[in-house]
Ligand binder design. Structure first.
Ligand SMILES: Cc1ncc(C[n+]2csc(CCOP(=O)(O)OP(=O)(O)O)c2C)c(N)n1
Length: 436
């Protein structure tokens, strides 16, 4: 064939691509020949067609689940019909919460480095997942968090003061200094307290959703956040199965940020991510660009409609990237390159994308941004200084609140501790703790 140039070459090339695509689809999606004129088998465990050719399915048998997005990286809406109808005030409040979150992360991370708190976890790179989802929920919805969802707490009205008091474990920390930092919770805001053992929140979330479903005129759903690493726990499987078989109004939101501490997702699982497990287990499923706040908003809004309107569980896999270290106990430069982090931090930043969108809509500009960053920073600094000055809870708190009536063994420990402190109290920094 003569060498093709210009337009005819382009045409030939796209024709070739189309043929290749059709062949690929045929090879991956045609099922072996169906017997009995397509008659369905009636096994209790599977209503499916009989075939005469044996064919094992594998991860290449299906196209990867596509990733839903609404915006280009520059904030431009790709398809106007998909632009969510969010009030201007709400859009600005979502963005301001992102700024507050990132200033809190910056300062609290540093405060751990200076030895002022024992531990911290940042949320960099996941602001779009957090704020997009939080804004799409209603206040009555119940949230089960993993630990990297501080933006959800802030958006729902938990204050920076409450969160910093928790990190400092002072006398105003609702968990009275008994939890690790960042293990927040707020019954007033319908947020179940975070617990560290991975995926334990998942079956609990499904159980709560089942309880909601059984209530008359239920208008609540449950959202359960978890990482792609946590999805390897047995509890995740149990949660998926209970959610599907009991038709629970729950949104299972996987933050697939590419790493579970040092384990990259390429080593965490085979197959097409966490999303592929959804249809296999009977869950409505969507994969979304987690760096696109508007896409996450649409995804969770629709998921909420399905969950509450139809009593059906939904799995959302939000693709994102954990830009910060796993926690203050981690140094991610040991297992990933700085260039990789840089790319996600600069080109794919959910905050920059959302800011560009607001700028296009005339809702935000550099001046407003500067003022907002400054205010957010000073709020955190001021709150941190105040939190530091507050006393720690009374030492007796470590033995209280577990049982309604304190059992004899704990009463004994309490007495022993009391006697010990009477004798050796001067060796302890008791002045930093509340007195009775
Ligand atoms: C049952 C259990 N196993 C191991 C750990 C230790 N651990 C804490 S966080 C973590 C990684 C979780 O990764 P992922 O779920 O992807 O969430 P991410 O930290 O990336 O947000 C591990 C292994 C734990 N807390 N609980």
């Amino acid at each position: 064939m003569a060498l093709k140039t210009g337009a005819s070459f382009v045409r030939l090339n796209s024709l070739r691509q189309a043929v290749r695509k059709v062949l690929q689809l045929l090879s991956t999606h045609t099922r072996p020949e169906i017997q009995n004129g397509g008659k369905q088998a009636g096994f209790p465990g599977a209503k499916a067609a009989y075939v005469t050719q044996m064919k094992f399915l594998n991860e290449n048998s299906y196209e990867p689940i596509p990733i839903y997005r609404v915006m280009e990286n520059n904030g431009e809406i790709i398809d106007k019909r998909e632009e969510p109808n969010i009030e201007n005030e709400t859009l600005v409040s979502m963005y301001k919460t992102m700024v507050q979150l990132s200033q809190m992360d910056k300062i609290m991370y540093e405060s751990q480095r200076q030895g002022r708190i024992s531990f911290y976890m940042t949320n960099y790179g996941e602001e779009g997942v957090q704020l997009g989802s939080a804004a799409a929920l209603l206040p009555q919805d119940l949230c089960y968090l993993q630990y990297r969802e501080a933006g959800v707490l802030l958006y729902r009205g938990v204050t920076v003061t409450e969160m910093i008091n928790q990190c400092y474990g002072n006398c105003e920390d609702p968990s009275k200094g008994r939890q690790m930092p960042v293990h927040y919770g707020s019954s007033q805001r319908n947020i179940v307290t975070i617990s560290s053992p991975l995926a334990t929140q998942m079956p609990q979330a499904v159980g709560s959703a089942y309880a909601f479903k059984r209530m008359p005129n239920n208008d609540r759903c449950v959202i359960c956040y978890f990482g792609e690493g946590a999805a390897s726990e047995g509890d995740a499987h149990a949660a998926f199965n209970f959610a599907a078989t009991l038709d629970c109004p729950v949104i299972l939101l996987c933050r697939n940020n590419g790493y579970a501490i040092s384990t990259p997702s390429s080593e965490q699982y085979r197959g097409d991510g966490i999303g592929a497990r959804g249809p296999a287990m009977g869950l409505h499923t969507l994969r979304v660009d987690g760096t696109d706040t508007l896409a996450v908003y649409n995804a969770v809004r629709s998921a909420r409609d399905i969950a509450v309107g139809q009593n059906k569980p939904v799995l959302i896999e939000a693709m994102c990237y954990r830009v910060g270290h796993h926690s203050t106990s981690d140094d991610s430069s040991a297992y990933r390159s700085l260039e990789e982090i840089d790319k996600w931090n600069k080109e794919e930043s959910p905050i920059s994308k959302f800011k560009s969108y607001l700028e296009r809509r005339g809702l935000w500009d550099d001046e407003a941004d500067k003022a907002c960053q400054k205010e957010a920073r000073s709020t955190v600094l001021k709150t941190m200084q105040e939190a530091e000055k507050k006393k720690k809870p009374h030492w007796k708190e470590m033995l209280e609140d577990v049982y309604y009536d304190m059992p004899p063994n704990l009463q004994k420990q309490m007495r022993e501790m009391e006697n010990h402190l009477k004798k050796y109290g001067e060796h302890y920094p008791l002045n930093q703790y509340q007195s009775e």
